[in-house]
Design a protein. Structure first.
Length: 192
């Protein structure tokens, strides 16, 4: 399998063979079975995950109910910044919703790589800023939208999720009950 991180980094800067090997050593690629937990509530996050193939679901449990806050699919990073940066127990789970291949990003290995190859730090900082900006925009749009608008936004921007995750998880992600999602989908289908 080609290393997707090496390919991505090569798109930003020319990499020497030594730099490519550094990336390969620092960020191993592993495949996990469906329903594997990569992070559980109460655990301190040590790793982040860059999804190469598959889907991770981020959720918490509130009053005995699973509340989905995000899905991470191909070329997205799943990171619990609060837990990792502050050494706090995670309030969230990261679980594979299907067989999922990820690059495992460990902050200690990442920092060592930045010391050895300082220009990686700048590239990663720029990409992190883009990721956080997109996340902020997505959250703002979500908070100000009706359930129907949220679903239509999902159809437009992430249509693959609709076929890849169970309806109850999708409904939770949209902040509605499964029955409400069924009604919304029914009305949209009837109009089309």
């Amino acid at each position: 399998m080609k290393n997707t991180l090496v390919e991505m980094m090569s798109g930003f800067i020319d990499l020497s063979n030594e730099e490519k090997q550094g990336i390969l050593k620092a960020f191993p690629i592993k495949t996990f079975a469906k329903e594997t937990d990569l992070l559980v509530e109460g655990q301190i996050a040590r790793d982040a995950y860059f999804v190469i193939k598959g889907c991770l679901r981020e959720y918490s449990i509130q009053d005995g109910e699973e509340i989905t806050s995000e899905f991470y699919t191909e070329f997205q990073s799943a990171v619990n910044f609060d837990s990792m940066a502050n050494g706090k127990p995670s309030k969230y789970y990261f679980t594979c919703t299907e067989e999922t291949t990820v690059a495992i990003l460990n902050s200690e290995k990442e920092n060592a790589l930045y010391k050895k190859f300082p220009r990686f730090g700048e590239v990663c900082r720029v990409e992190m800023e883009k990721m956080l900006g997109a996340s902020q925009e997505s959250l703002s749009t979500f908070k100000n939208a009706t359930p129907k608008e949220r679903y239509l936004n999902l159809l437009e921007n992430r249509p693959n999720l609709i076929q890849r995750v169970p309806q109850y998880q999708l409904a939770s992600y949209l902040g509605i009950k499964p029955e409400t999602l069924s009604r919304i989908r029914g009305k949209i289908t009837v109009k089309d």
